[in-house]
Design a protein around this ligand. Sequence first.
Ligand code: ZN
Length: 117
Amino acid sequence: MHEYFVTQQLIKIAEDELKEIKPKRVLSIKVIVGELSGIIDESLKFYFDVLTKGTILEGSKLEIEQKKALLFCNACHEYFERTKDFLCPKCKALGKLTQYGKEFYIESIEVDDGDEN
Ligand SMILES: [Zn+2]
């Protein structure tokens, strides 16, 4: 159910953006989803199709780009991609979670403004 509310918010933000542009049609919307955001792609797509019915976004394609989580090693002072055991690949110290991987935002919206043809 988490994705239901998240998708509602997403559509609201997109609609606000599109108010300015007033496109003929929205082709696609690209979102960035961190792997620790707790958002499941399939649910997001499902709710997107359901909730965009009757809106300017109806029929547009939802593109999801997954972002890997990054951990921070206090010993090396470096970020590294999350490993299974959370251990730094260099020094084997336990890394800590960072804000990288919890992302959820609209990267871009592709529209058809009717200028072609
Ligand atoms: Zn390290």
